[in-house]
Design a binder for this molecule. Sequence first.
Ligand SMILES: Nc1nc2c(c(=O)[nH]1)N[C@H]1C(S)=C(S)[C@@H](COP(=O)(O)O)O[C@H]1N2
Ligand SMILES: [Mo]
Length: 245
Amino acid sequence: MKRRNVLVGLAAFLTAGCAKISKSETFTGLVDSAEKLHKGAQRMLGGGQALAREYTLADISPSFRGNGNTEVDSDDYRAHLAAGFADWRLNVGGLVERPLSLSLEDVRALPQRTQITRHDCVEGWSAIGQWTGPQLSAILEQAGVKPEARYIVFRCADSFGETPYYESCDLNDAMHPQTIVAHQLNGEPLPVANGAPLRMRLERQLGYKHAKYLTAIEAVDSLEGIGNGGGGYWEDKGYQWYAGV
Ligand SMILES: Nc1nc2c(c(=O)[nH]1)N[C@H]1C(S)=C(S)[C@@H](COP(=O)(O)O)O[C@H]1N2
Ligand SMILES: [Mo]
């Protein structure tokens, strides 16, 4: 083949490739396909279920700061806090066979996982903490995720101004063994600053993906129409949806 033909062929191949990518993904645009490439490369390097590093008790940070919202400014939340979260419910719904309404007791009765991991915030700080709670996969199996579900959305009790905090992940991260619904930090019930009574831990993701003050988990087939469609409070402001560390 002449050099020019090789170049034409290569260009045609690349164009076809790009067309395929933009058609098959919900998100379009250069930045987003770069993000997908990053995600794909990371998954290839680490395998779909690669574990985040776990640490020892000796590594735990002396204090685990609260960041973002460190309390929930609502009478409803303050009433739950005063009552020791006895009537707090974690609702599991959306594209599931059996919607659930779990009490903290229900959450604590599931098989538990404890993991010591490092939390990395994009604002430039890290902390190592020990988290305990059931795997999200166990809760999703109990609810029976429908085959058309592609994402899991996490709803939170807190807001910035009028805008509620929320997050989401794909099913790969949702079913990951280190993705847990934590109710303990360092062997104690979650402090308010860290998301009492329940918060997500998605150990292969940056800090803002770990939704605190968790009220509901929803299986969805698209992120459109949720918040501003970016998949999370910070993503709606331009942060990456796939925030792998
Ligand atoms: N509901 C809720 N979840 C949240 C936030 C928040 O403001 N509200 N902040 C996020 C950010 S940016 C970080 S770094 C971590 C902070 O967790 P921490 O308060 O336990 O340090 O929570 C994340 N989850
Ligand atoms: Mo953060």
